[in-house]
Structure formats: structure tokens, C-alpha cells
Design a protein around this ligand. Structure first.
Ligand code: FAD
Length: 347
């Protein structure tokens, strides 16, 4: 966990004004966010700063390596008594007298009266089999890692062209600043109305396509037997291919924004499904008619940062111990009770 700061650059007055508007929100959460001008930006990232007017800067923002942080958190949970089962798909839940009574996994049944479904991009599909509509869509993000290279900045930077952060191994993790893929699926049409505001907000960066994803989802069963293999075992890890066109764009934009890295090889690429809600805010709470069944999903492109805090709030929600964090604003029903749907962030 390294506090290297985070920069959101501004190309023009419009972006600068929007950063200024964010300052009020940052202040509400007691963050040290401030606007910096070109000169101060230059001290942080050198001559590349000349392309921007300035940036919104949060010095206390941090980064961590996901492949190290997540197992470390799991080990810490185990030390506290948590039992973690891996390679063990949950097929469904069972209920008795209106309450959850067990979780059925591929390796057997676990009796319990409380279940939290935090299944990431699978949550909507899982919940649909229980008759619960969770408006959630998948957006593919493509990312690369560079070989170790000279330090051009200590923290993270986000711009229309690239999102970049320094890695512990001396390289950089780099994403495209304005390109996300959404393969249209039946869920897109089912939830289209609710996602319209988010779609309008992201229209410039979303690349919509229709193809295999649509027909794959169309062919999936909506309900299934709990004593036979399910989709969760067939696709054990959701691991989409990186988009080659986006990879080319990342290389081009990286070279343009940081010419110092132009000869540094891109040594690895990968992609993942960002799962988002209509207002780009998580959906958390008890759902459905069976009591004891909860969800925590829709963390969008921000769940790695929010995860530890969300986990603490979820533990409090489920145990009733130290539950001073009000999770009511995250309720799923906000999408069904007439509340206005306004995206609160970018995907
Ligand atoms: C390309 C990309 C870049 C990102 N960058 C950032 C970033 O810079 N900062 C940030 O904060 N966030 C980022 N995110 C978002 C972040 O990764 C997610 O928000 C976060 O991982 C969500 O955590 P989660 O626990 O809700 O879901 P997940 O991490 O998806 O975990 C859900 C788990 O449940 C498992 N599961 C699902 N169904 C079943 C089942 N039936 N039985 C058993 N297990 C099941 C899945 O296999 C998975 O392991 C990024 C995401 C992507 C794809």
C-alpha cells in the first residue's frame, strides 16, 4: 500500500471546472484533494505536464498490487477465523419457512441462515434464478503492464488518453483513458431504460458491439438444477481476451503522453469485466422475498479501492456489530421505487 497520490488531469477549462465542482464532494469526505496548476504538475511528472492546464490532485490517494493485496486480505480473514473455500462454485440457495436455510455448492451443502452474494459480474445472473432483478451490465476493460522503466511519476494519473500507475516491480500498469467495450446482451435490453443516463454519460468512450456475448447469454438457462453442473463451474474464472484495438491505442497514447516510455516494452496484457449499476454506485442490502439473502455488487471500476471499506460495512450489516455505516442509500430498491437515476461517477 503506497500513498503516491492521484492526478486527474485537465485538458481544458471545461474539465478544470468539473474538477473544481468535485472539490466540494471531496471536502465532505475530508479528503486532501486540491487543484494544482501546470507548474506544480510539472514538478510531479516533468515535461509531459505541458499538455495539460493542471490537475485535480489527492496526495493521500494510494495504490496496491491486487495480486498481493487480495491474498493478504484473505490470509488476514483466515487468521480471524474465516473459512475460505476456493474452486467451489455456489449453485444456488435453499430456503425454509421464508428464510435462507442453506447454500448448495458443487461440493456439497452448507447450512446457514444468512447468505451474502458478492459474485461480481455474476450477481445479476445468480439473482435472476431466485426471481430477483439486479440491474447490472458488464463492460470489458483492457489493461497492459510495461517492463520496469525509469520513474516518471510516483503515483497514479488519469487522463482521456491513459490511466497509468507505477507498479511495485518498477513497471507501469496502463489502461486506455477513453475506451471501454460493451458487447450487447439480452440484459442490455432488459435494463436499457435504467442504464440510459449512464450510457449518455459514457457515450464517447463506450464501444458497443453485438456478437457472441449476446447469443451466449440468450442460450443460458434462467433457472437450473442444483445437483448438476452449472455455468459457474463451466466458466470458473471470467477472463475475457484483451481487445487488440485497445492495446494498439494504449501503446500509441502512452508514447504520445509519456515519450520517455516510448521504447519500454509492454510485457503483459489482460482484460476484465467491470460490472456496473445504472448509477455507478454499488447495490448493497437484503433483497428478495426470502429473508437472510443479501447482495453486495456493482462496484464498477472502483471496487478494489472500496473493497476493504465495503467489507467492513458488510460485516457490520450481517453481524449487527458496530453497524454505524448507513447502507440505506445503496439499497437495490432505489432502481424500482421511482428514485431518480443519476450516474454518480464514471464507470
Ligand atoms: C480492467 C479492470 C480494471 C479495474 N481497475 C480498478 C481500479 O483501478 N481501481 C479499483 O478500485 N477497481 C478497479 N476495478 C474494479 C474492481 O476490480 C472490482 O470492482 C472488484 O474486483 C469487485 O470486487 P467484488 O468482490 O465485488 O467482485 P469480484 O472481484 O468479481 O469477485 C467476485 C468473485 O465471486 C466469484 N463467483 C461468482 N459467482 C460465483 C459462484 N456462483 N460461486 C462461487 N464463486 C462465484 C467470482 O469468481 C469472483 O472471484 C477494475 C476492474 C477491471 C475489470
Amino acid at each position: 500500500f503506497t500513498q503516491g497520490g492521484c492526478l486527474f488531469t485537465a485538458n481544458d477549462d471545461k474539465q478544470m471546472n468539473s474538477h473544481h465542482e468535485w472539490l466540494a464532494t471531496a471536502k465532505d469526505f475530508e479528503l486532501d484533494t486540491r487543484i494544482i496548476q501546470k507548474e506544480e504538475l510539472e514538478q510531479q511528472i516533468g515535461s509531459s505536464a505541458s499538455r495539460w492546464l493542471g490537475a485535480m490532485y489527492t496526495a493521500s490517494d494510494a495504490r496496491a498490487e491486487p495480486h498481493k493485496a487480495t491474498p493478504a486480505i484473505a490470509r488476514a480473514a483466515s487468521r480471524e477465523g474465516a473459512i475460505i473455500l476456493t474452486a467451489c462454485a455456489v449453485r444456488g440457495i435453499e430456503s425454509a419457512a421464508g428464510n435462507v436455510s442453506s447454500v448448495v455448492t458443487e461440493h456439497g451443502t452448507i447450512e446457514t441462515t444468512t447468505v451474502l452474494c458478492a459474485a461480481g459480474a455474476w450477481t445479476s445472473y445468480f439473482c435472476r434464478s431466485l426471481g430477483i432483478q439486479v440491474p447490472q451490465l458488464r463492460v470489458r476493460g483492457t489493461v497492459v503492464r510495461t517492463a520496469p522503466a525509469a520513474e516518471i511519476m510516483a503515483g497514479n494519473l488519469f487522463d482521456d488518453k491513459i490511466g497509468i500507475r507505477r507498479r511495485q516491480d518498477g513497471g507501469y500498469t496502463v489502461a486506455h483513458g477513453s475506451s471501454l467495450d460493451h458487447g450487447l446482451t439480452p440484459a442490455t435490453f432488459r435494463f436499457a431504460f435504467k442504464f440510459l443516463p449512464a450510457l449518455m454519460q459514457e457515450i464517447k468512450i463506450l464501444r458497443l458491439s453485438i456478437g457472441g456475448d449476446f447469443f451466449h447469454e440468450l442460450a443460458l438457462p434462467k433457472r437450473w438444477a442444483l445437483d448438476a453442473e452449472t455455468e459457474f463451474e463451466r466458466v470458473r474464472v471470467l477472463n475475457p481476451d484483451p481487445n487488440p484495438r485497445v492495446l494498439k491505442g494504449i501503446r500509441k497514447n502512452l508514447d504520445e503522453v509519456f515519450p520517455q516510455l516510448a521504447n519500454v516494452p509492454l510485457v503483459e496484457s489482460w482484460a476484465g469485466m467491470v460490472e456496473t449499476s445504472p448509477d455507478v454506485v454499488p447495490m448493497i442490502g437484503e433483497v428478495g422475498d426470502v429473508s437472510g439473502f443479501y447482495i453486495a455488487t456493482g462496484f464498477s471500476g472502483h471496487g478494489f479501492g472500496m473493497g476493504p471499506g465495503a467489507g467492513k460495512a458488510l460485516a457490520a450489516m450481517l453481524t449487527g456489530v458496530d453497524n454505524s455505516i448507513d447502507l440505506e442509500p445503496f439499497r437495490l430498491s432505489r432502481f424500482y421505487d421511482g428514485s431518480p437515476i443519476r450516474p454518480m461517477s464514471t464507470i
